[in-house]
Design a protein. Structure first.
Ligand code: GAL
Length: 708
C-alpha cells in the first residue's frame, strides 16, 4: 500500500487556490490528429466494460481481466465509486491496487478509462464537513451511504475534489495504458433532482447578482409585481421550491434557477476538467450524461469535454412503443440521444448500456433476445465511437445485486447478455475488415439531411407551465424526431449556435422562448431556400418567459403567415379530429386555431368541436424556401409524419417511408437497419448490394448491415 502527501488542514484556502488554478486554464478539445490517434478511424467503434476491482478479491483480478480480453472487450472502465479506497484517510492516498489493475489491463491488451471518484465521498469527509451534504426539497440533509450526496456548490467539497483529482492526474496522467477519463458519474442527484443546501442558495444568489446587477432588474424580469413578490435585496431570495410555497411558484424565477443549476453542474465538470488537463497527456476526458435527464444540460459542457458520452438502460419496465416495446426499449428516446450527442461532438458514445435485467426499475423484465446486440449496432449506426457496458460481474451484495453482468454470479460464465455483447464485438470485427475508408455519404441520403432545434430553456419552461396534464414536452419533441427518422435521412439535433444553412430542413418543435434575432434567422433561413417547420407553442414567450404585449406568438406571425388567436386543450381522454389530405387524425393534447393570411395554404383543418373548419396547420413559400406551421399535436404521431413528408415532397426531395422504430442509417460506407418493432420488416437492400450481417428481412430485435 502506498501512501502519500499532506493531509488537508485548510480545505477552504485550498479550494480557493484550486479554483483559481482551474479557472486559469481554458477548456480545450482534442485536435483532429489527436482524435485519430485516440480513436483510430479504422476501429470505428470500440466496446468495453465496467469493472469494480475494489469489490472483488485481488486474487480474482487477473482471471477477470484475462476473461474480459478473451471475450473481445477492448477496454475496462474503473474507479468512479472508489474514493474510499483511493484516499482511505484524509490525505493518505492508496493507488497501489489501482496501479496493479492498470498494469494487468495493459498486460492483457486492454485500455483503461479511469474515473474521478467524486460521486462518492468517503465517510470521513462528510463526517468532518457535514456542510457539503445535499439538502432536498423537504429541507432534509442527505447522509453518507449512497452517492451524489455532496453538493457541487460547496467550495469545501471542491477543495477535496481538487486534491483527489490532482493526485489521480499526477499518477496516471502520463500513463500510456490510461486511454481516457470519466469525470464523476451521471452528474445528478438522482431522485432528489435539485440541491437546496446553503452552499447552493448562496451560489444561486451570487449568480443572480452577476446577472441582474440591480434588484430592480430582477424584479422586472421575474415579474414580481404579482402577489407582492417584490424583492428589496438579493439576500432575500431563496431557491424556488414548490414545497415551501402555498400557491404556484413564479415561473421566471424557476426558469432562472434551472438555468443556474445546469450552469453550476457544467462549471463543476469544467473545474475537474481544468485540473486534470494540467496533468494529462494524450488522454481524453468525458463525463457520462444521463439519458433524458432534465436538470443537467450536456450542451453546456460541449466546449469542455473531448468526448461526449451518455448512459441508457432501454429496458426497465416501461411499455415504450408497440407490444414488444417493454423488451426492445424506448426506440424513440434512444434514437434522439444518438442524434443529439453526435451533433454535440462527433467523438461520442454510450458509456453505460445494460447487459440484461436491471434492478432499479419498478418491473425489471428481460430484454428480447437479440435486443442488446441490436442496441450496440444501433449505436454504431448512430455514429458512436465507443459503447461500454455496465457491468462485467453481477454483484453479490449491495443495492444492485439483482443487476445482470456480462458474466453470471459465478464470475466466469457468460450471461445471455454477455453472449450478445460477444456477438456484437464479432460483428464490429467483421465490419472493420470491410471498411472502405474514403466512402462518401450517398447523395440521396444527404439530400434528406434535417435538423431539429433543441434547447433546455424550452423544456424547462414548458414543463413548468404545461397548461394541460396531457402535455409532455419530450413526447412532443420526440414525435417530430421520430417523424424525421421515418423519412430516412440523417437527423442532427442542434442548438442556436449551429449554422441552420447546412440543413435543407429545419424543425423547431414547441420552441417556446424566442427573441427577434431568432425569428429573423428563421426568416432568412427560409428566404435563402431552407424549409422551416415550426410547431405549436413556438414563440409564445420571450427569453424571460413573458408573453408578448402584442399578438399571440408575435415574433412568428409574419413568418408563418398566420395569426394564432386561440388554442384548445381537451380534458380527460377526450379527442378531437383533424383532417389533412383526405385522412383523419385524432388529437387531444393541444390544438391551435390558425387564421392564415393571403398566400398561406391550409394543410389541416379541425373536423369537429365548435371551431370545426378552422386551420390546424399551414404552409407558405418564403423566398426560395418554405415555412410550415403545425398547430396541433396528433395522438399517434401520424399527422406529424404525413405533414413532414409533404414538406419533403414540395421541396422535391424523395423520402423513405419507414415504420416508426425501424431505422435505416448510413455510416462509414455501411447501411444499417435495426428493428425495434414487433414485425419482421424488409430492409431496403438493393439486389446488387452485399449483406454483411443479418438478412434482407429484419426480424424484431434484428440488425442487417449491407454495403452497396
Ligand atoms: C446507472 C449508474 C450506474 C449503475 C447503473 C445500474 O444509472 O450510472 O452506476 O447504478 O445505473 O443500472
Amino acid at each position: 500500500m502506498q501512501t502519500c502527501l499532506k493531509s488537508c488542514r485548510r480545505p477552504l484556502a485550498l479550494a480557493i487556490f484550486y479554483s483559481l488554478l482551474a479557472s486559469s486554464v481554458l477548456g480545450q478539445r482534442l485536435s483532429n490528429a489527436q482524435t485519430d490517434v485516440l480513436f483510430p478511424p479504422a476501429e470505428m467503434m470500440t466496446i468495453g466494460v465496467y469493472y469494480y476491482p475494489e469489490a472483488w478479491p485481488p486474487e480474482q483480478w487477473e482471471r477477470d481481466i484475462k476473461n474480459i480480453k478473451r471475450f473481445g472487450f477492448e477496454y475496462i472502465h474503473v474507479g468512479e465509486f472508489a474514493w474510499a479506497f483511493m484516499e482511505p484517510e484524509e490525505g493518505k492516498y492508496d493507488f497501489a491496487w489501482l496501479d496493479r489493475v492498470v498494469d494487468l489491463a495493459a498486460k492483457n491488451g486492454l485500455k483503461v478509462i479511469l474515473c474521478t471518484p467524486t460521486p462518492t465521498p468517503p465517510v470521513w469527509l462528510v463526517e468532518k464537513h457535514p456542510e457539503v451534504l445535499v439538502v432536498d426539497d423537504y429541507g432534509r440533509t442527505m447522509v453518507h451511504g449512497t452517492r451524489e450526496h455532496a453538493t457541487w456548490s460547496s467550495e469545501v467539497y471542491r477543495g477535496y475534489v481538487a486534491k483527489i483529482v490532482t493526485e489521480l492526474g499526477k499518477r496516471y496522467g502520463n500513463n500510456p495504458n490510461v486511454w481516457g477519463w470519466q469525470l464523476d458519474n451521471e452528474l445528478s442527484h438522482y431522485g432528489k433532482n435539485y440541491d437546496y443546501s446553503n452552499a447552493s442558495q448562496e451560489k444561486f444568489r451570487n449568480w443572480l447578482k452577476a446577472k441582474y446587477k440591480e434588484i430592480a432588474n430582477l424584479n422586472r424580469d421575474w415579474g414580481t409585481a404579482f402577489w407582492s413578490q417584490r424583492y428589496q435585496t438579493f439576500d432575500q431570495i431563496r431557491i424556488p421550491n414548490e414545497r415551501e410555497y402555498v400557491a404556484q411558484f413564479n415561473p421566471h424565477s424557476m426558469l432562472d434557477f434551472q438555468r443556474w443549476f445546469a450552469e453550476n453542474a457544467a462549471d463543476y465538470l469544467r473545474f475537474q476538467t481544468n485540473l486534470l488537463r494540467r496533468q494529462t497527456k494524450n488522454q481524453w476526458i468525458t463525463s457520462n450524461f444521463m439519458n433524458s435527464h432534465r436538470e443537467v444540460y450536456p450542451t453546456l459542457s460541449r466546449g469542455d469535454l473531448d468526448v461526449m458520452t451518455w448512459t441508457i438502460y432501454p429496458v426497465h419496465g416501461q411499455m415504450n412503443q408497440g407490444p414488444l416495446g417493454y423488451r426492445l426499449g424506448d426506440a424513440d428516446a434512444m434514437s434522439f440521444m444518438h442524434d443529439y450527442m453526435r451533433s454535440l461532438n462527433s467523438v461520442q458514445g454510450i458509456m453505460e448500456l445494460q447487459p440484461g435485467q436491471v434492478n432499479w426499475g419498478e418491473v425489471n423484465p428481460w430484454p428480447l433476445p437479440g435486443a442488446i446486440r441490436m442496441w450496440i449496432l444501433r449505436a454504431f449506426a448512430g455514429g458512436a465511437r465507443l459503447v461500454c457496458t455496465y457491468r462485467y460481474r453481477q454483484p453479490l451484495y449491495g443495492a444492485e445485486l439483482y443487476h445482470k453482468g456480462i458474466v453470471e454470479t459465478d464470475g466466469v460464465t457468460p450471461s445471455p447478455g454477455g453472449l450478445e455483447y460477444m456477438q456484437a464485438i464479432k460483428d464490429m470485427q467483421l465490419l472493420r475488415t470491410s471498411r472502405r475508408p474514403n466512402s462518401v455519404e450517398p447523395k440521396d441520403y444527404a439530400a434528406r439531411r434535417s435538423a431539429l432545434l433543441y434547447h433546455f430553456d424550452n423544456r424547462w419552461d414548458l414543463d413548468n407551465h404545461k397548461q394541460t396534464t396531457r402535455w409532455n414536452t419530450m413526447g412532443h419533441i420526440l414525435k417530430y424526431h421520430t417523424a424525421l427518422k421515418s423519412l430516412g435521412g440523417p437527423v442532427d439535433v442542434i442548438d442556436e449556435t449551429s449554422d441552420f444553412a447546412r440543413y435543407p430542413f429545419l424543425v423547431a418543435p414547441a420552441y417556446q422562448l424566442v427573441d427577434s434575432q431568432l425569428s429573423a434567422r428563421w426568416t432568412k433561413y427560409a428566404e435563402d431556400g431552407g424549409h422551416l417547420v415550426l410547431t405549436l407553442r413556438t414563440a409564445q414567450k420571450d427569453r424571460r418567459g413573458h408573453l408578448w404585449e402584442g399578438a399571440w406568438a408575435q415574433p412568428i406571425v409574419d413568418l408563418i403567415g398566420a395569426r394564432i388567436p386561440t388554442y384548445d386543450v381537451l380534458p380527460g381522454s377526450l379527442t378531437g379530429k383533424v383532417d389533412a389530405s383526405g385522412k383523419t387524425y385524432d388529437w387531444g393534447v393541444w390544438g391551435e386555431s390558425l387564421e392564415p393570411q393571403r398566400g398561406t395554404n391550409v394543410l389541416a383543418t379541425y373536423a369537429d368541436h365548435y371551431y370545426k373548419g378552422n386551420a390546424a396547420a399551414t404552409t407558405r413559400r418564403l423566398g426560395k424556401g418554405s415555412v410550415t406551421y403545425v398547430g396541433v399535436e396528433s395522438l399517434g404521431g401520424e399527422l406529424e409524419k404525413d405533414l413532414l413528408r409533404g414538406v419533403f415532397e414540395r421541396a422535391g426531395v424523395a423520402a423513405r417511408n419507414l415504420p416508426s422504430g425501424f431505422y435505416v442509417e448510413w455510416r462509414d460506407g455501411f447501411w444499417i437497419a435495426t428493428n425495434f418493432t414487433e414485425q419482421t420488416l424488409p430492409a431496403p437492400v438493393p439486389t446488387s448490394a452485399k449483406v454483411l450481417i443479418g438478412t434482407r428481412d429484419v426480424p424484431p430485435a434484428g440488425v442487417t448491415v449491407w454495403i452497396e
